[in-house]
Write a protein that binds this ligand. Structure first.
Ligand SMILES: [Zn+2]
Length: 524
């Protein structure tokens, strides 16, 4: 089987081709933790991770670095954060010096970072984190900053080629955080050609001379900072959002700056597209209030499904993550992919090879030796509601003869089904069995008779029915009771779940089980 059919394999081979056969490849990704990291940002992380895996599958050593650009400026208070007024006081200061509005982490940046760092291992993503505030504040990049100052004119020319208005003559490739008020509202006055930089601050009037080799206050602008770090880490591969990849965008200028100023080759790259959200409403941008994060997605998709969604879509295509009925379809697609992998369903060899590779890349850990027990998501939606959200109750009901690893995954899936039915499923999916000991609902004599017929059928024949035969029997019973089937169904749903609609009745009754069904239909 050729591994080159999957996009992650294609890119892994491209990296090897472009960078040569190396001991170690450096793959990079990064973001500014200026708000909740949303699922669109996650696309970059997972895209790199899939390529990293493809490289490792070829026996290559890979360093996967994830850069938190936490020495960036706090520009806007996101609408989904508490303490809006307090946060507003920190605008123009580094996000690493902005307090956590929830009061539990050491900074605003750290809160957003931690949220992601805690979740990524769940989906099998474990990069090496680099904290840029720490790097800058300990003057790690002093020599690289000085190099940018030395090549200030050349950098300006490169940037100006892509600007409509030229940069001012007194432009510098750096920004300075005022050491008195922490804001970047400063103006560089002079550079002595070595390590001496002086500035004035328009917020507090501070004037000062800094020593580049030891100051924590100087930082390169993004368009220089990015290529500088490609060189510093020896990055071989880094994709970027399509906005960065536009003509004259930061990748374009970075490409020239890394070669001309920092003497390093351009990383292999490609643009990845945006992720939309379907069936939930709202935008996913971190600057608007409505933010869909990895955490939100993991509430309805088990980790393998999250990987599957991204692994089965080419990174340069825009797509939507669904919270609506398509959730069921995605779970079904994944289960089919799993059956194809284990030979439980046959398709043509081309498709099978493709599905097998997607399945491998979707696993958080190694692929298991035998096929995991499959419990369809749709079925779990009913089971978990019958068990009132208790995943262990579902496991008990299913009487599965399988190992703990399997059970753990089924439990997770059951919890996802519960969250989905509670928050996003159409109303017709949502139900709660009438609680034990509640007063029977009021019925007419004729209705009581109809329920009696169903009760008798269940008592005598449920054990021998499958969904199809029970369904046939229910139609016959409706006729015997002198009711239209539709009317009969409504009546039964009212008695079972106090609603006029519910899951397909025959399957539902089988799922509820004889004992509980008789309890619910009793007393009429
Ligand atoms: Zn100041």
């Amino acid at each position: 089987m050729s591994k080159a059919t999957h996009w992650a394999d294609t890119y892994a081979e491209k990296i090897i081709r472009e960078k040569g056969d190396k001991e170690l490849y450096v793959c990079a990704s990064g973001i500014t933790p200026s708000g909740t990291v949303h699922i669109g940002n996650f696309r970059e992380i997972i895209t790199v991770e899939l390529v990293v895996r493809a490289l490792r599958d070829r026996g290559k050593q890979v360093r996967f670095v994830y850069s938190w650009d936490d020495y960036d400026v706090f520009r806007k208070v996101p609408a989904n954060m508490p303490q809006q007024d307090t946060l507003a006081d920190y605008l123009r200061q580094p996000i690493t010096l902005t307090p956590d509005p929830f009061g539990t982490e050491e900074s605003y940046a750290r809160r957003n970072e931690k949220e992601v760092e805690d979740l990524l291992p769940l989906v099998g993503v474990e990069p090496e984190y680099i904290y840029q505030a720490g790097r800058y504040r300990s003057s790690t990049y002093a020599a690289d900053i000085r190099k940018a100052l030395e090549h200030r004119e050349r950098i300006r020319e490169i940037l100006d080629e892509h600007r409509t208005a030229a940069l001012p003559t007194d432009w510098w490739p750096i920004s300075v955080f005022c050491t008195a008020c922490n804001r970047d509202t400063t103006e560089v006055k002079e550079w002595d050609g070595k390590d001496g930089i002086s500035y004035t601050c328009s917020s507090c009037g501070n004037e000062e001379r800094l020593d580049l080799s030891s100051t924590p206050a100087v930082k390169l602008f993004w368009r220089i900072d990015w290529p500088m770090r490609w060189a510093y880490e020896g990055v071989d591969f880094e994709p970027a959002g399509k906005d960065h990849h536009s003509e004259g965008g930061s990748f374009d200028t970075g490409r020239r700056i890394v070669k001309e100023i920092y003497d390093h080759q351009v990383p292999t790259t490609f643009p990845y597209d945006f992720v939309r959200i379907k069936g939930r409403g709202g935008k996913i941008s971190s600057s608007s209030g409505e933010v869909v994060s990895l955490k939100d997605v993991l509430e309805i998709y088990q980790p393998e499904l999250v990987r599957y969604i991204f692994a089965s879509t080419r990174p340069n295509t825009e797509f939507a993550i669904s919270f609506d009925l398509d959730v069921i379809k995605l779970y079904e697609d994944y289960d089919r992919c799993e059956r194809i992998y284990f030979g439980g369903e046959s398709v043509n060899e081309n498709r099978a090879a493709k599905e097998r590779r997607i399945y491998e890349l979707s696993q958080v850990d190694k692929v298991r030796a035998t096929m995991p027990t499959q419990v369809p998501f749709r079925h779990l939606c009913s089971l978990i509601q019958i068990q009132d959200g208790n995943a262990d109750g579902v496991i008990e009901f299913l009487e599965l003869n399988t190992d703990e690893e399997d059970l753990k995954k089924i439990r997770t899936r059951a919890r996802c089904a519960w969250n989905w039915t509670r928050q996003y499923a159409p109303d017709s999916f949502r139900f709660a069995l009438r609680p034990r000991g509640s007063t029977p609902i009021e019925l007419t004599e004729g209705q009581r008779g109809a329920i009696g017929l169903l009760r008798r059928e269940i008592e005598q024949n449920l054990d021998s029915h499958d969904e199809k035969s029970l369904s046939g029997a229910i139609y016959t019973l409706a006729g015997e009771a002198g009711m239209e089937p539709k009317e009969f169904f409504k009546l039964v749903y009212r008695v079972l779940i106090e609603k006029e609609m519910g899951p397909r009745l025959a399957g539902f009754l089988l799922t509820i089980g004889k004992g509980r069904a008789l309890e619910l239909l009793g007393g009429y």
